[in-house]
Design a protein around this ligand. Structure first.
Ligand code: HEC
Length: 186
């Protein structure tokens, strides 16, 4: 009886591992950004991320949520985050809509205003593996990371001075073509 259970258990483990290997080795797993998620992919990845952030105990923001920090955070955001996470009142960029997972539009809907700044700080500092979210630890200072985290946590209540930074750059007016080039007939 016991022997039967042990053999059954071993066979089940082999079938599971073998099935998993077959799924990945035969090109059945979705790998293109346009494909639907793998079974349990979203659930497992968000569970792992949440658990890890909790384990790391980031602590409270050393940067107050005030106007100078929102303005500084807006500059960081515009240069380093907006291409993926969007600007207020602008549609998402084309490439952000073709990524998997799609970057949350941080100035649309609730964005991450329901997450504490410490959570966004962890994500911006460390990046999120197997998503397009880079780590900014090497390109931004700790203060800048907190400033941009305060900004996105308060995306629905930032002052006008910060909003003015978060606008699309208008391209400079095209220089008039030199007279000789306009009707060269070539
Ligand atoms: C190249 C694209 C890209 C850039 C640039 C980028 N991110 Fe992300 N970001 C992502 C992706 C992709 C995700 C993952 C979304 C998911 O897991 O659903 C993400 C996730 C996040 C999240 C969590 C969103 C949520 O819904 O929980 C935060 C916060 C965040 N990024 C902040 C930033 C900040 C701040 C910057 C700039 C310093 C930045 N990101 C730059 C692509 C990007």
């Amino acid at each position: 009886m016991l022997k039967g259970i042990v053999v059954g258990f071993i066979l089940a483990v082999i079938a599971l591992v073998g099935g998993g290997y077959y799924y990945f080795a035969n090109g059945m797993a979705p790998v293109a950004t346009s494909e639907p998620p793998m079974p349990f992919e979203r659930k497992l990845s968000s569970m792992a991320l949440r658990a890890r952030i909790e384990k790391d105990h980031v602590g409270e923001s050393p940067v107050p949520a005030d106007e100078p920090n929102f303005v500084a955070g807006a500059k960081v955001y515009k240069d380093h985050c907006a291409a993926c996470h969007g600007l207020p009142n602008q549609p998402p960029t084309t490439y952000s809509t073709t990524m998997f997972p799609k970057p949350t539009q941080l100035f649309r809907g609730k964005g991450v205003t329901d997450d504490p700044p410490s959570e966004s700080y962890w994500k911006a500092a460390n990046g999120i593996r197997l998503s397009g979210m880079p780590s900014f630890k090497k390109s931004l200072t700790d203060t800048q990371l907190w400033q941009v985290s305060e900004l996105v946590a308060h995306a629905d209540q930032i002052p006008e001075s910060a909003k003015q930074i978060l606008v699309l750059d208008t391209p400079p007016p095209a220089a008039p073509a030199p007279a000789s080039a306009t009707k060269s007939g070539k």
